[in-house]
Design a protein around this ligand. Structure first.
Ligand SMILES: Nc1ncnc2c1ncn2[C@@H]1O[C@H](COP(=O)(O)OP(=O)(O)OP(=O)(O)O)[C@@H](O)[C@H]1O
Length: 261
């Protein structure tokens, strides 16, 4: 399966304008811009320490930016109070790096957790039905009574994804979705992400180091370099770029490619 081409609507679901963030003298974001349109998978590539996590944390206000603006579904989120922010967060699901399941809870209880914070999502359907439907969408209905310790790494990632999906977010932020998985399991997660894009029409912003993931999943790639959106394009376009900083990202991939022909 390959990434479905999105229909670019008029309004981006997320728009980041001129975002800045520093820690003392360390100016991490220096005017980052991004538009995320309905139905697309956008990958942000950046080397270690370039500010990818800072960017995604600002996007859900786990961290306050110093300047710029972040609009989600047409509204600036920077001035929102906690209640309004919680409502926005039901539209923006976040898949944490490493799954972050509660170890002392079963899969069912892990999935019930977000519903307790947002009971309105289960109204008229019922918690159990939503939990089952969400597990079904990741192919893990049978794991409902298991504990996280009984799951493989790939299953944990899928349960975490089901927990994110249960609130039916329009946008999913994936933080390194394939890190720590073997190549076969990583590919299963990538295929699942594509299936969700296809079947549920989700829109995704994906932070990754994994060039295979970026190649397969992305409709568009943005390179975060020196605190800005340094380069942008399809994976295929960027992989042919003459810019030395962009080429550095694709060097290993291109070498592998040339070695195999
Ligand atoms: N809470 C913080 N306090 C001080 N400095 C921070 C904080 N969070 C991040 N930084 C700094 O911001 C910079 C960017 O960090 P960030 O974690 O966003 O990088 P990254 O691109 O996600 O890296 P990686 O790919 O290794 O996860 C780093 O120099 C880091 O030390």
């Amino acid at each position: 399966m390959t990434a479905r081409q999105p229909q670019h609507g008029q309004e981006p679901l997320i728009e980041i304008r001129n975002l800045t963030k520093a820690f003392g003298d360390n100016q991490v974001l220096r005017g980052f811009n991004l538009q995320l349109f309905a139905g697309e998978n956008v990958v942000i590539l950046g080397k270690s320490g370039s500010g990818k996590s800072v960017l995604i944390k600002c996007l859900i206000r786990l961290m306050e930016p110093d300047g710029g603006d972040i609009q989600v579904l047409g509204k600036s989120i920077l001035g929102l109070d906690q209640g309004a922010l919680d409502r926005v967060r039901t539209e923006v699901g976040f898949l944490f790096q490493g799954s972050a399941l509660y170890d002392s809870m079963t899969v069912r209880e892990n999935l019930r957790f977000p519903l307790r914070r947002h009971p309105e999502r289960a109204q008229g359907v019922g918690e159990e039905q939503l939990i089952l439907a969400s597990l079904r969408s990741v192919g893990l209905e049978h794991a409902i009574d298991l504990m996280p310790a009984e799951l493989s790494g790939g299953m944990k990632r899928r349960v975490a994804l089901a927990r994110t999906l249960i609130l039916k977010p329009r946008i999913i932020l994936y933080d390194e979705p394939t890190t720590g998985l073997d190549p076969i399991t990583a590919n299963e997660i990538i295929q699942l992400m594509l299936k969700l894009q296809e079947e549920l029409g989700t829109t995704a912003l994906i932070i990754t180091h994994d060039m295979d993931c970026a190649r397969v999943i992305s409709n568009r790639v943005i390179i975060l370099y020196d605190g800005i959106n340094y380069a942008e394009g399809t994976y295929a376009d960027l992989s042919r770029s003459e810019d030395p900083k962009v080429r550095a990202f694709f060097k290993d991939v291109n070498q592998r490619h040339h070695a195999s022909i």
